[in-house]
Design a protein around this ligand. Structure first.
Ligand code: NAP
Length: 270
């Protein structure tokens, strides 16, 4: 895509943004889908200034990452039901200078788990931060049986209270059909560690790691050895990004033709 006087500017805001892959994902898809826009990273420390910028320029799409996911809520004119439930925003769409907040992490989770039967299944969730909260919301709506395991037990208890399920203290305590890592353990540069270093994964288990850099985490490698079905966090990342672009253009994207190309591109450029 050639940048012209008609090219629109979108942003990802957060701090620090050194590991953000949103510019890669968005700019690849803009080119592929013929969208005359560019997305740039903006790590300014003054959130009020960033919000004014979004309104003044104006910026149509702003992807929001840590530490602004909660803090942007007070600047919104409207929020989706997911934002109201999760108290976290990862996308702002500027419609006629009114800021609308969305949480497309839910769409990312739905995309990653689209082929997995969840109803009535026992799901072990590792972690109790923002990603685990989005997971709890999605899994509750899919009638799964939840088990929460987190370093800080109190936070696991809070999510069990919100979305149902039991708090456990050891992964071996239950027989899980699906295991999901929603902690940051295994992320680059600490990619040689797993949240379940001694766990024996089995063939009939599904193992989803929300960490997406690296694509093949230590936990997924162990799960592969046990012949479990594995899902990389890159699927969630792609799903949440595609939904952001659908919100931007108001058009549905046919994912079938683009997902494998996008995955290869992101993996190569991580
Ligand atoms: P967060 O709110 O900061 O929560 C981090 C979680 O990890 C907490 O449960 C924390 O436990 C746990 N944790 C961190 N370091 C630990 C350690 N050394 N030992 C044990 N537990 C540890 O972060 P988040 O936003 O939920 O993100 C969690 C992960 O999900 C990150 O890797 C992020 O990249 C990934 N994510 C991926 C996508 C995607 O699109 N694939 C989207 C969102 C997030 P405590 O409660 O005890 O502190």
């Amino acid at each position: 895509m050639i940048i012209t006087n008609k090219t629109k500017l979108n942003l990802v805001i957060g701090r620090p943004l050194v590991h953000s892959q949103s510019p890669l994902l968005h700019n690849f898809l803009y080119k592929l889908l013929g969208i005359n826009a560019v997305l740039l990273a903006q790590a300014h420390t003054d959130l009020t200034l960033l919000i004014n910028l979004i309104k003044e320029l104006p910026i149509k799409l702003t992807a929001v990452t840590m530490p602004y996911k909660e803090r942007v809520i007070k600047y919104l004119d409207a929020a989706s039901s997911e934002v109201a439930a999760l108290k976290a925003v990862n996308t702002i769409i500027n419609k006629d200078n009114k800021l609308h907040g969305y949480n497309t992490d839910i769409d990312g989770i739905a995309f990653a788990l689209r082929n997995i039967e969840l109803e009535g299944k026992s799901i072990l969730i590792l972690g109790a931060g923002g990603a685990a909260r989005a997971l709890g919301y999605y899994l509750k709506n899919n009638n799964a049986k939840l088990f929460w395991l987190n370093r800080t037990k109190k936070k696991a208890a809070e999510l069990a209270n919100l979305f149902g399920g039991d708090v456990i203290t050891n992964a071996e305590q239950i027989r899980s059909n699906v295991i999901i890592n929603a902690t940051s353990i295994g992320m680059l540069p600490n990619h040689n560690i797993s949240p379940l270093p001694d766990y024996q994964f089995e063939q009939d288990q599904v193992v989803f790691d929300m960490v997406y850099n690296p694509v093949k985490t230590q936990m997924l490698k162990s799960a592969m050895k046990g012949k479990a079905h594995t899902i990389s966090g890159i699927n969630m990342f792609i799903g949440q990004g595609i939904k952001q672009i659908e919100l931007l253009t108001n058009n549905a994207i046919d994912t079938k033709s683009i997902v494998s190309r996008l995955k290869k591109f992101l993996e190569k450029n991580q």
